[in-house]
Design a protein around this ligand. Structure first.
Ligand code: ATP
Length: 232
């Protein structure tokens, strides 16, 4: 279980997060919502270890992990799919998947066929270069690579950004399936209220670096405050 407590994060002298708290539980989707530039990605980087919190605690499975490097957090089951996907365009799909192996013990360094059950398109495109895939396929590849780490927490930063509706639906189905298995916590950053409301068990909304609303997924769909804060 993730417990973020009263976290501040700054870029040099410029503070991006103020006193942010949130939880994420195994078997649940926790959505982080907010408009452009409110601090969603900054918060995800603080969870993944790409940024450190200047104040507050980030507890994972009862241990404060603030200050630990991304690689160490990956070994503790935290997988991060950054916004913009970050796949290697010159490597094939297969090679991209294999880049996850460096964080795995030798015995686990194989591509679980289950990955292709979740993302059949990747099996068809194994020998294609990452850069030749569509945006939606690249997003699926990035999620598949994260899943090879057998995460206990999967952090997805705006997986629907710039992606066609049919692939958004596919990604939504995979998120639901992963949640229902009850083996990982999913933290989902979103700007689209509809997509988030369908998937969220819990949500937080950020505004100018602060948490300004929290609640359950059911509340999100009908929340006037959420509509207002997301300017819908
Ligand atoms: N590397 C950086 N250096 C300095 N300031 C930054 C840096 N990255 C982000 N910021 C600032 O921190 C604030 C939060 O940005 P962040 O990217 O976390 O927002 P976001 O909610 O993820 O936005 P988006 O939806 O556009 O990705 C913004 O004011 C942004 O300008």
């Amino acid at each position: 279980m993730l417990k973020v407590k009263n976290v501040d994060v700054s870029y040099g002298a410029s503070q991006a997060l103020y006193d942010v708290s949130m939880d994420a539980e195994i078997g649940k989707v926790t959505c982080v919502l907010g408009r452009n530039g409110v601090g969603k990605t900054t918060l995800m980087k603080a969870l993944s270890g790409h940024l450190s919190a200047g104040k507050g605690q980030i507890e994972w499975m009862g241990k404060d992990i603030n200050g630990q490097a991304p690689f160490d957090r990956a070994r503790q089951g935290i997988a991060y799919v950054p916004q913009g996907r970050d796949i290697f365009s010159q490597l094939t799909v297969e090679e991209n998947l294999e880049t996850a192996f460096s964080a795995l013990p030798k015995s686990q360094r194989k591509i679980d066929p289950e990955i292709f059950a979740l993302f059949p398109v990747l099996q068809k495109m194994l020998k294609r270069r990452g850069g030749d895939l569509s945006g939606g396929q690249q997003q699926q590849l990035a999620i598949a690579r994260a899943l090879l780490l057998r995460p206990k927490m999967l952090i997805l930063d705006e997986p629907t950004e710039g992606i066609q509706p049919s692939v958004i639906k596919d990604i939504g189905k995979v998120i639901e399936l992963l949640r229902d298995r009850g083996e990982m916590a999913i933290v989902l950053v979103e700007q689209y209220l509809e997509f988030a409301a369908e998937l969220a068990d819990e949500f937080i909304i950020l505004e100018r670096g602060r948490v300004v609303a929290t609640g359950s997924g059911d509340e999100l769909a009908t929340s006037e405050q959420a509509k207002e804060l997301l300017a819908i």
